[in-house]
Ligand binder design. Structure first.
Ligand SMILES: [Ca+2]
Ligand SMILES: [Ca+2]
Length: 310
């Protein structure tokens, strides 16, 4: 069993590794996916997106119904006249806004106590009444309740008329990458039993590593081309670089009736890039599934030749 503190240290390695490969994916934008020309607020805009990239400012706030508001302003895009959008979301009963679907809203702040509320306004325009549904994908808050990250999609019917529709998405510091999932891996499956498998750094062969399926996880969904392997200690120290797999195949390596993914690494590359070195006792494997979920797993190893004595 791995101790908690060691586990946390390893997780920190995984996370810093992920940040280094995934940074810059947090997204801030306001998009009118589509709207009808009779939508008073969205004005028939479609495929319309503003973001900090084109000089727009996103200012989140907390509204008096315990919900979340946004004031989004900037220079009008070519062919449009809007210089600000205003949004206010609220859950029924003044509850904290959390991820989920909020059907059948009314216009904020005039919604009934047991109904969700949404305000959707643009430069000089606001409907008297509104209907529709919004979905909160993410809402996270800081210590004083300030909005840290937020993502929502909604369909808005101006004056409650479905022909006056607008389909809108808002993202604020939102990172769509799902959190990493720990998976079970086995270096050189079937060899050495429960003992750590041996890696001979002088070998010209490939090193097979199995990513094992469980009832909760289908390893065959891992994309072999995304899989990297290295000693977490060396990766964190920056003295080694994780190496990519050179191929993968689907087979049930442990005979439990569930297909696993067997990925191969060129041992000469592992050695050449210092991904594993004499003295390594553990390897970290990372990768992604077809749906983009990051995965990681650890296995103990023994490495030969051993470190030279000084
Ligand atoms: Ca093994
Ligand atoms: Ca299996």
């Amino acid at each position: 069993m791995r101790s908690i503190s060691k586990m946390l240290a390893l997780l920190a390695v995984v996370c810093s590794f992920w940040l280094s490969t995934k940074q810059g994916e947090a997204e801030t934008r306001f998009t009118v996916v589509d709207s009808s020309s009779s939508s008073w607020v969205a004005r028939g805009y479609h495929d319309y997106t503003v973001s900090p990239d084109n000089g727009w400012t996103f200012t989140p706030s907390r509204n008096f119904d315990n919900g979340v508001g946004f004031y989004i302003s900037g220079p009008a895009l070519a062919g449009t006249t809007v210089t600000y959008w205003r949004l206010n979301f609220a859950a029924p009963f003044n509850a904290l806004l959390v991820p989920g679907e909020y059907a059948d809203f009314q216009r904020f702040p005039f919604q009934d106590n047991d109904r969700p509320g949404l305000e959707f306004a643009s430069t000089g325009r606001l409907d008297n009444q509104a209907a529709g549904t919004f979905e909160i994908l993410e809402a996270t808050y800081g210590p004083s309740g300030e909005v840290l990250t937020f993502a929502a999609d909604f369909i808005h019917y101006g004056e409650t008329l479905v022909e006056r529709y607008a389909i809108v998405e808002v993202r604020y510091n939102y990172d769509e990458t799902p959190p990493p999932v720990e998976v079970e891996i086995d270096v050189e499956p079937g060899k050495g039993g429960p003992k750590p498998s041996r890696i001979n750094l002088r070998s010209k062969k490939t090193l097979p590593v199995a990513i094992l399926s469980t009832t909760d996880f289908d390893a065959t969904e891992v994309v072999a081309e995304t899989v990297l392997l290295g000693d977490p200690v060396l990766l964190e120290a920056g003295s080694g670089i994780a190496v990519p797999s050179v191929g993968g195949s689907v087979e049930d390596v442990n005979g439990d009736g569930m297909d696993d993914l067997l990925v191969l690494f060129q041992i000469s590359e592992i050695s050449g890039f210092g991904a594993v070195a004499p003295g390594s006792v553990e390897v970290l494997l990372i990768g992604e599934t077809t749906s983009g979920t990051p995965i990681y797993g650890f296995d103990n190893v023994r490495v030969t030749p051993k470190k030279k004595k000084k």
